[in-house]
Ligand binder design. Structure first.
Ligand SMILES: Nc1nc2c(ncn2[C@@H]2O[C@H](COP(=O)(O)OP(=O)(O)OP(=O)(O)O)[C@@H](O)[C@H]2O)c(=O)[nH]1
Ligand SMILES: [Mg+2]
Length: 454
């Protein structure tokens, strides 16, 4: 029986008949064989597949380690097999880095991530807030991502400067000197006179050395600064970045930036990732522990901001943390697949419960509300969720993008997402153009009154 096939395995049973090759072919084959034999047996002094003798001691210690580490890496070289030197690889059992409610006592390492753009003016405040963290600094790796700053902006240089000073223990003094020279030059923010004075006193106290905790100046485990532009063209001014049309584009680019930072900075030994915006004015130093103790996969505090007294002293600020609603789901079902719903705009009546609005001033700071969308101002998340694929969608996911989509995605993947309605951190107040006009008007009338009195 013969097979009609060209496949070599079939031809094994029915070999193709070949004649004797011509003389020149036989000469070439002979020459190549001689060279090969010389190379193998003539030139080489050591056998090619020689396995070097393994030192008994090394073998024993490896056996001991193998119970603990459960794996080793061996390298095949041209001279045999060697165990890779320790410095070349690290072994991590990811079960050890899952993150727990008692993270600080367990030595959980936290990756602190902060995106930055044109942030020069608020960096001293942000670095004070960093030092104010009471989670052991020796257990925190910091990653800054500086992107798309305007020409002439010095965010990157400032981050370099402050980070070095922070790590060598000279930052408090440096910031104090900067503050003093600012006062000497007479620069003061007029709007501060119109803010609620209780709030202003609270700010003053938070930045007063008398209230610094004992490890305020302790260096952090590490600081890494990343610089990469993502092509963010929308201005960083208050009105620019709040226009409804630009929200989708802006948020998706921020999603890219956040994902890029996570992918680069997250290491196997991190148990938690804490995201923090630069423009937070006051925040309890224990914020990481306070969010951690609930043992949620994703947890956020409430974010409010102060306002001038003529606008009512304070305001719920971050509307991106919310509980999903039927009207919003119905709205989403009528939108285009790529449309991004943004909270707080008349164009998108979602009727959702916002974490910001359910705050009670004297409410229990430990009360937890399960959420669907989250804002990015201050997110504590288990590092494990990123390893499993949660990210900040840089595309429209369920009609959301970036942090709100991150909340939805976490939820979809079965993770617990929550917020603390009565635990508040305070975003800075940046006067809008209207507010500045109002302040100027009030100042003028103040002056007029003064002049008529004198
Ligand atoms: N790397 C990077 N950081 C950015 C970019 N845009 C904003 N940031 C930073 O991201 C954080 C949040 O930015 P904000 O401008 O406050 O944006 P937001 O929180 O959505 O807006 P608000 O709620 O109005 O404050 C801050 O720390 C910014 O410095 C960007 O394009 N790239
Ligand atoms: Mg902000």
């Amino acid at each position: 029986m013969s097979f009609k096939s060209d496949l070599p395995i079939h031809n094994r049973l029915n070999p193709r008949k070949t004649g004797i090759p011509p003389l020149y072919k036989r000469l070439v084959i002979g020459l190549v064989s001689l060279i090969t034999l010389y190379l193998i047996f003539g030139k080489s002094k050591t056998p090619i597949f020689d396995v070097p003798e393994i030192d008994e001691q090394i073998l024993e210690s490896n056996l001991e380690v193998s119970y603990e580490a459960d794996s080793h890496i061996y390298e095949v070289t041209k001279d045999g097999i060697t165990e890779k030197p320790e410095a070349d690889f690290e072994y991590f059992d990811l079960n050890d880095f899952k993150g727990s409610a008692e993270g600080m006592n367990n030595g959980d390492v936290v990756l602190f991530l902060m995106p930055l753009r044109n942030a020069e003016g608020v960096l001293s405040m942000a670095f004070h807030n960093l030092m104010n963290l009471t989670y052991d600094h020796g257990l925190i790796d910091i990653g800054f991502l500086v992107s798309d700053c305007s020409e002439g902006d010095r965010t990157l240089e400032k981050v370099f400067e402050y980070s070095v000073a922070l790590q060598n223990g000279t930052l408090v003094e440096k910031l104090r000197k900067e503050e003093t020279s600012k006062h000497k030059s007479g620069s003061s923010d007029l709007y501060q006179l119109y803010m609620d004075q209780d709030y202003m006193n609270n700010v003053k106290n938070s930045y007063d050395p008398k209230s610094f905790h004992k490890d305020y100046e302790k260096p952090f485990r590490s600081i890494t600064i990343y610089q990469k532009d993502f092509g963010q063209a929308i201005g960083q001014g208050f009105s620019d970045r709040h226009a409804v049309k630009v929200q989708g584009i802006r948020r998706k680019l921020m999603g890219r930036a956040r994902n890029w930072l996570t992918s680069n900075a997250l290491k196997a030994y991190h148990s938690w990732v804490y995201w923090r915006d630069v423009d937070i004015e006051t925040c309890p130093g224990s914020v990481i522990q306070d969010l951690m103790k609930h043992d949620y996969d994703v947890m956020v505090p409430n974010v409010w901001r102060p306002l001038p007294s003529f606008l009512g002293n304070e305001q719920p600020y971050d509307l991106n943390s919310w509980v999903e609603s039927e009207p919003a789901l119905e709205l989403a079902s009528k939108l285009d697949e790529d449309d991004v719903i943004v909270e707080g705009y008349a164009e998108y009546p979602t009727w959702r419960v916002h974490l910001a609005y359910i705050r009670e001033k004297d409410g229990n700071p430990n009360e937890v509300v399960d959420l669907d969308g989250v804002g990015g101002v201050s997110i504590l998340a288990k590092a494990d969720i990123f390893r499993q694929g949660v990210n900040f969608p840089a595309f429209t996911f369920l009609n959301h993008a970036e942090t709100e989509a991150f909340g939805k995605l976490s939820k979809k993947m079965g993770f617990k997402v929550g917020g603390l309605p009565h635990y508040t951190i305070w975003h800075i107040y940046e006067p809008s153009e209207d507010d500045l006009m109002k302040i100027a008007k009030l100042e003028r009338s103040k002056r007029r009154k003064k002049n008529t009195r004198s």
